[in-house]
Design a binder for this molecule. Structure first.
Ligand SMILES: Cc1cc2nc3c(=O)[nH]c(=O)nc-3n(C[C@H](O)[C@H](O)[C@H](O)COP(=O)(O)O)c2cc1C
Length: 165
C-alpha cells in the first residue's frame, strides 16, 4: 500500500503531527512526505493543514479539490478548540473533497499561535474592557502555547494506526 503524507505548515505545528504520523507508519510504504505537489501517485492520501480563518490553507484546499476516486485521511491543527469546534472546521474542509473520494477519518489538535495574535487581543481588551469573549480568547491563546504536546503526538499516532493497520 502506497501512502502519501501531504501537508502545509507555516509555523511547524502541523509538521509535528505530520512527523508523528510518518513515524507511526514506519512499517508502511510512504512514497511522499511534504508540501502539495502534482502527480503524487498513492493508494492513500493523508492530507494535513493549519487552520486559516476557519478553513484549511488555500494550498490544501486546492490539493484536496483535485483528488478524485482516492482514499483520503485528513489532519489539522488549530489555535482554538472547544466543543464542536473541530467538527465545524472539518465540515468546511469536507466541502473541498469530491464525492468520488472515500474519507477514512480525520484528526485535529491545538497548535500554538504567534504572539501577535495575543497582542491584538490585549489591545482589543483596552478598547472593549467589558467584552468577556476577549478574555476567553486570551485564555485559549495561553492554553495553546504548549501544543502540539506529547499527548497530541501520541493521540495522532494512535489514531493513524487504528485506521491504517
Ligand atoms: C492568519 C492566521 C489565521 C488563523 N486562523 C485561525 C482560525 O480561524 N481558527 C483557529 O483555530 N486557528 C487559527 N489560526 C491558528 C493556526 O491555525 C494554528 O496556530 C496552527 O497550529 C498553525 O499551524 P502551523 O504551525 O502548522 O502553521 C490562525 C493563525 C494565523 C497566523
Amino acid at each position: 500500500m502506497k501512502i502519501a503524507i501531504v501537508y502545509k505548515s507555516i509555523t511547524g505545528n502541523t509538521k509535528i503531527i505530520a512527523n508523528a504520523i510518518k513515524e507511526a507508519l514506519s512499517e508502511q510504504e510512504i512514497i511522499y512526505f511534504g508540501e502539495p505537489k502534482d502527480n503524487i501517485n498513492a493508494d492513500i492520501y493523508i492530507v494535513g493543514s493549519w487552520t486559516d480563518k476557519g478553513e484549511c490553507s488555500k494550498e490544501i484546499k486546492t490539493y484536496l479539490s483535485n483528488l478524485e476516486n482516492k482514499k483520503i485521511i485528513y489532519f489539522g491543527t488549530a489555535g482554538f478548540n472547544g466543543k464542536g469546534y473541530y467538527e465545524m472546521l472539518y465540515d468546511r474542509v469536507r466541502k473541498n473533497i469530491k464525492e468520488s473520494n472515500k474519507v477514512l477519518g480525520y484528526f485535529y489538535c491545538q497548535g500554538k499561535m504567534p504572539m501577535s495574535v495575543k497582542d491584538r487581543y490585549i489591545n482589543l481588551i483596552k478598547e472593549h474592557p467589558d467584552d468577556k469573549r476577549l478574555q476567553v480568547s486570551i485564555d485559549n491563546f495561553n492554553k495553546a502555547l504548549t501544543h502540539p504536546d506529547n499527548t497530541d503526538v501520541e493521540n495522532a499516532k494512535h489514531w493513524i494506526k487504528s485506521i491504517i493497520n
